[in-house]
Design a protein around this ligand. Sequence first.
Ligand code: HEM
Length: 271
Amino acid sequence: MELFQVGTDPWGQEILIRLSWTLLTAAFWAGIAFILFHAIYVIVWKPKVDHGDEPTVDPPAGIPDKVVRHTGAARMFHWVMAASMLVLLGTGFLPIIGLEFAWLNIHWIAGLILILCILYHIVHASFFLDFWSIWILPADFGEAVKRTKRQLGQQVTLGKHGKYPLDHKLYHLAVSVFGLLVSATGLLMMLRIDTPIVSRNDQFFTENNWGVLYTLHGFAAVLFVTLTITHIYFAIRPDKLWMTKAMIFGWVSKSDYLAHHDPEKWKVESK
Ligand code: HEM
């Protein structure tokens, strides 16, 4: 499988142009394969390793019937970011798979909206949300070991998690890293096109370094194909709908909260 598209400069030397789009096909099928394996795993294997040994907790008094999971501002960020991401994926990749249209202006405008969303989210999460709740901390490594043992069929008490389990934290980490990469490279690539915002400057990088930049942008972009497919799959799985509803309405029921979370690790405000 080709990983890169290469060309030649005026002196006949080989230079990097961009990522090979065979990786787009690979990223798409990786997402589909993940969904199929996960769906089969849940039906066939999970009942064998799920020993139903989660400790029951005596719920502390005062937990409200509706537990706020996402504030209105957090939900607005999520949906604007989701919309801009879908527009970026559509405008970035549909022309590559053969649907010709004037994609470039829509693409960089959606890109700037995504970047504004990310900047907003960084400030909001740093000063107004529980910043550390989504990051992988030393305590999570214990959970990782327990989960692996459980997958291997050993009987372990997993315990309940705080606001976000390890898999959510891993997903958020991947989206953060590749979101920043696609945004930084996209911003610099605006110097290679005509926009009313910044004047075009083809000489800003050498031809080969432009190639490196386009390759990094393409790499992060194709990863978002897999990340988006798997994210939407989990969002519409019947057993995860309680979380998806929380991203629409803002709250989870008291019973869902107690079934999935440890009140010691995710403390909610009692009325
Ligand atoms: C996950 C989000 C994104 C995806 C899936 C995506 C996808 C793509 C793809 C597939 C290309 C074609 C690259 C090539 O021809 O080698 C591209 C080009 C480009 N993207 Fe993105 N992109 C994303 C985010 C962004 C962001 C945040 C910006 C910032 C404004 C941006 C700005 C650009 C620009 C300026 C080009 C150059 C077009 C050209 O030179 O013809 N993109 N993008």
